[in-house]
Design a protein around this ligand. Structure first.
Ligand SMILES: [Fe+2]
Ligand SMILES: [Fe+2]
Length: 173
C-alpha cells in the first residue's frame, strides 16, 4: 500500500499532467486561429501525450492501493505573441514539470519506496525528451526568424507528428 505522502504527491501530479494537457490544447487552438495546422497538430499530439502521463499516474496510484481524488484543473493561458513565444513558454513549462518529477523521485528515495522510484524513472527519461524536443523547435524558429517561408516549411514538418502510445512497461523509456 502506498504511503500517505506519496499518495498525495501522485494525486497532485495527476492534476499537473492534466493541466499540461489543457495548456497544449489551448496552444492548439491558438495555432488553429493562425491557420498553422501543422503546429496545431503537434500540440494535439502533445495533449494526447500529457493525457497519457496523467492516466499513467492515475492507474499507478490505484494499482498501489491509493485513491485518486480529482481536483480543479487551472485554466491555461489563451493568447501568445508568436509561435516562438509559445515554444518558449513550453520550454519553461516543461522545465517546471521536470522539477515536479524530480521532487517525486526525491520523495521516493526519502521514503525508500523502490517501486515508485522505478515507476518515476520512466518520467525522468520522458522529461529529457520533452525538454529536448521543445529546445530543438525554439532553435529552428530562431534560425528562421526573418524568413516567413521557413515557418510554413516547419508547419508542414510538424503536421507529420502522430501519437504513438509509449510502451506500458513502467520501467522502459
Ligand atoms: Fe507530462
Ligand atoms: Fe510534458
Amino acid at each position: 500500500m502506498i504511503g500517505k505522502k506519496m499518495g498525495k504527491a501522485l494525486n497532485e501530479q495527476v492534476n499537473a499532467e492534466m493541466y499540461s494537457a489543457y495548456l497544449y490544447l489551448s496552444m492548439e487552438s491558438y495555432f488553429k486561429s493562425l491557420n498553422l495546422n501543422g503546429f496545431a497538430n503537434w500540440m494535439r499530439v502533445q495533449t494526447q501525450e500529457e493525457m497519457f502521463h496523467a492516466m499513467k499516474m492515475y492507474d499507478y496510484l490505484i494499482e498501489r492501493g491509493g485513491r485518486v481524488l480529482l481536483k480543479t484543473i487551472e485554466g491555461p493561458k489563451t493568447e501568445w505573441k508568436s509561435p516562438i513565444d509559445v515554444f518558449e513558454a513550453i520550454c519553461e513549462h516543461e522545465a517546471k514539470v521536470t522539477g515536479l518529477i524530480n521532487n517525486l523521485m526525491d520523495l521516493a528515495i526519502e521514503e525508500k519506496d523502490h517501486a515508485a522510484n522505478t515507476f518515476f524513472q520512466w518520467f525522468v527519461n520522458e522529461q529529457v525528451e520533452e525538454e529536448a524536443s521543445c529546445d530543438a523547435i525554439v532553435k529552428q524558429l530562431k534560425l528562421m526568424e526573418n524568413a516567413p517561408g521557413g515557418l510554413f516549411m516547419l508547419d508542414r514538418e510538424l503536421a507529420q507528428r502522430v501519437f504513438t502510445p509509449p510502451t506500458t512497461n513502467t520501467s522502459a523509456p
